[in-house]
Design a protein around this ligand. Structure first.
Ligand SMILES: [Zn+2]
Length: 727
């Protein structure tokens, strides 16, 4: 998803929208300390031994209304924070008879702050600067809105006066905590990050014990961040079994605030007699290969699927990455390797941003699933494979993926691996055909002089020194070779489906609603994916970052979100017949492996249902009336929609349309055009809408002359009369 977003941010004064009350009272226990008499102006010193007995403390609630600061104080009894003593062993469990069968894994998976599996009300903090910097924002890789101080800021930040800040996570059940990953604050306006912290644990959020250095027995102080974005991992000297964990920033960047984003690594522990609810099992009923696959493993897996289902699969490569890795495609159809007349071609493309790894795995899961279900005779899958030719490109940017994969799902951060090896963002690298089209439209040349479809590559784009990535070229050639009708481009980092145009029509506008002439179809396609994706349909879901797309059915016009010139979707629509949308699959760009079964379940139905939408609209064959041969490159125009499609080599075409009555015209060089009406209903289609075209006399003459035949005198006279007339 978004790359240029931040760069495009217009400078605007940061307005503080401080919903002070929710930041403390709604989101947790919020035992804010009394105002500290000596505000810190330099990084706080480690504050050991400041714990006291029961005391009255104040919860400060700051409410800013119309620039007037109101400070309310009310008394609240808080429990003592006990001295940090030697770690009680696991027998601190209230049951006292805990039989722990811990999973002995070297690395525990993330608890789910980034993936949102940990909900907002499991996060607490000593204080927060504002609602937008509340504990619920202390999630690894969370992205701020454009302006600091809004509801969607880029970290949890303690109040400046808070001398002993902490962020607390309630795992909800007993857990073996093994490590912590932190980042600083995501902001284009400020620098804030924590440089060291301590860690404490509790089973009841009252009694806490600290993580100790093995050698000294002292509280361990963990080194943290030195920039805002790079995730820093600290493994605990000894994993701790507890329900609650607290991060206590000790020092932070001078002049900044105690701000962090975190993920907690934690292994589930089995506690059948315990008081805490059992860990919910995230699973899938499909037994598929739920792992992340690097290049070699991906190739191996694809080969396995091919061997398992040789009759419906074919692996081919569309080219190589900059570093020479092949761009493999899995083709799945009843007649792999050939375009069957009347059978539409569909594709999924994943991994154009190498670090957005979920789409790649979903396509690898999809090919396993289609193969297996076909073998089992599942009617839905059989029909899909019989009636469509499916092409799956799991990794458009394998170089970027390898970079991200080596770093690992939790430590790759937000951007590493996004670009190809040359540093090119592939989703900005396609030829901008929007500008020439819109310029021609402004001059009134479309569609009579300049076509409204299949715009040619601009001359500059094909120059030898043009900055076009090999991956981009490979996909362009692929698009030109196969008559694709429908596609989705799988990304990650948000939960929304965005549809073209991706580029704003007003030059330099950062965002602007820019619909295509096929707005209705694109909204339908987007709604189908969003409406069948379980995560997007979850009514309780919170926004990933700074946009709440659920307010709009989890779909958006791409340009209305942020402008992307040179996007694959726009290019696909303007250079080929193919309608393509972008699916942002999950908040977390590179989910941990153990999230994959859940993500598969979230997307399985959507991936199938979306491909089935190729049946929506009209389809048919344009033939020569005399010979019955199909006519290639005939143009299919629909009255009222200023975007035509063309026929494939056999004369077959598909025109995606929403239900309604349409006047459809077929035209081809050398033929008289034919217009007929076609009705698209809500029944499953596509509706047949065939054409038989008659050659023009001029065309007959051309063909006779080309064949070296003598033209009969009467026909010659007729043709001479016609000469000069348009056919
Ligand atoms: Zn992306």
């Amino acid at each position: 998803m978004w790359g240029l977003l931040l760069a495009l941010a217009a400078f605007a004064p940061a307005v503080e929208v401080d919903l002070g009350a929710p930041s403390t009272s709604v989101l947790g226990l919020a035992t804010t300390k009394a105002p500290v008499p000596t505000p810190r102006s330099s990084p706080a010193q480690p504050s050991a031994g400041k714990e006291k007995g029961t005391s009255e403390q104040h919860v400060r609630i700051r409410v800013i209304k119309k620039k007037k600061i109101v400070t309310k104080k009310r008394k609240k009894l808080t429990h003592p924070r006990p001295p940090v003593t030697a770690r009680p062993s696991v027998t601190t469990s209230p049951t006292g008879t805990l039989d722990l069968t811990e999973k002995q894994e070297p690395d525990c998976p993330p608890l789910g702050l980034e993936s949102l599996r940990v909900s907002d009300n499991q996060l607490y903090a000593s204080s927060s600067q504002s609602f937008g910097l509340g504990p619920h924002r202390g999630r690894l890789n969370i992205q701020s809105g454009l302006e600091d101080g809004d509801l969607f800021d880029g970290a949890w930040c303690a109040e400046q006066q808070d001398a002993e800040p902490w962020l607390q996570v309630d795992a909800g059940h007993l857990t073996r905590f093994s490590g912590i990953i932190t980042q600083g604050r995501n902001s284009i306006w400020r620098y804030d990050w924590v440089t060291s912290y301590k860690v404490q644990f509790s089973n009841d959020s009252q009694t806490w014990w600290g993580s100790k250095n093995r050698s000294s027995g002292m509280d361990a102080v963990f080194p943290a961040n030195s920039d805002p974005e790079t995730p820093v991992l600290n493994l605990l000297p000894e994993p701790q079994v507890a329900r609650f964990i607290r991060l206590l920033p000790q020092t932070w960047l001078q002049g900044g605030a105690s701000c962090l984003r975190a993920e907690i690594l934690a292994c589930p522990v089995s506690d059948p007699n315990g008081p805490f609810p059992e860990v919910p099992v995230l699973g899938s009923s499909d037994s598929l290969d739920f792992r992340h696959h690097d290049y070699k493993a991906m190739r191996k897996l694809m080969k396995q699927v091919n061997e398992q289902c040789p009759n419906i699969t074919r692996i081919y490569s569309i080219g190589r990455s900059h570093q020479g890795l092949k761009l493999y495609v899995m083709e799945m159809s009843d007649q792999p390797g050939e375009h069957e007349l009347g059978e539409p071609e569909v594709r999924y493309v994943a991994g154009m941003h190498g670090n957005e790894a979920l789409g790649r795995e979903l396509l690898l899961l999809l090919m396993q699933f289609l193969c297996r279900e076909f073998l089992r005779g599942d009617p839905r899958v059989t029909r899909l494979l019989t009636e469509t030719r499916i092409h799956l490109l799991p990794s458009m940017n394998p170089d970027g993926y390898e970079t991200a994969f080596r770093r690992g799902s939790e430590l790759v951060g937000w951007a590493e691996g996004r670009w190809n090896h040359q540093g090119i963002d592939l989703n900005h690298n396609f030829a901008d055909l929007n500008t020439p089209l819109w310029e021609a439209e402004d001059e009134g040349l479309v569609p009579d002089t300049v076509p409204n479809h299949h715009l040619p590559l601009p001359a500059y784009y094909t120059l030898p020194n043009a900055t076009v990535a090999p991956e981009t070229w490979a996909v362009i050639k692929w698009m030109q070779r196969i008559p694709f009708v429908l596609s989705a481009n799988l990304h990650g980092g948000e939960l929304v489906v965005s549809y073209p145009f991706d580029m704003t029509r007003t030059p330099w506008a950062a965002r602007e609603l820019t619909p295509t002439p096929d707005e209705a179809v694109f909204r339908w396609l987007s709604t189908v994916y969003a409406g069948t994706n379980r995560a997007m349909q979850d009514p309780d879901r919170r926004p990933c970052h700074s946009h709440d797309f659920s307010l709009y059915g989890s779909i958006i016009n791409g340009a209305d979100w942020h402008t992307v010139p040179g996007s694959m979707n726009d290019f696909s629509y303007l250079h080929t017949n193919c309608f393509e949308v972008t699916v942002e699959l999950s908040c977390d760009k590179f989910p941990h492996e153990n999230e994959l079964p859940q993500e598969w379940e979230n997307n399985k139905d959507a991936l199938l249902t979306y491909l089935e939408q190729v049946r929506m609209g009209i389809a048919g064959v344009v033939r020569d009336k005399d010979t019955e041969l199909g006519i290639a490159d005939a143009v299919i125009s629909v009255d009222g929609i200023n975007h035509d499609v063309t026929t494939a080599w056999g004369g077959d075409y598909w025109r995606l349309l929403t239900p309604g009555d349409y006047m459809v015209t077929a035209s081809a060089e050398g033929y008289h055009t034919v217009t007929r009406s076609c009705r698209v209903t809500f029944e499953e289609g596509p509706v047949p809408c065939n054409f038989r075209l008659t050659k023009t006399p001029k065309q007959r003459l051309r063909e006779l002359l080309a064949a070296g035949a003598k033209v009969p005198p009467d026909l010659r006279r007729r043709l001479e009369r016609l000469r000069g007339q348009k056919n």
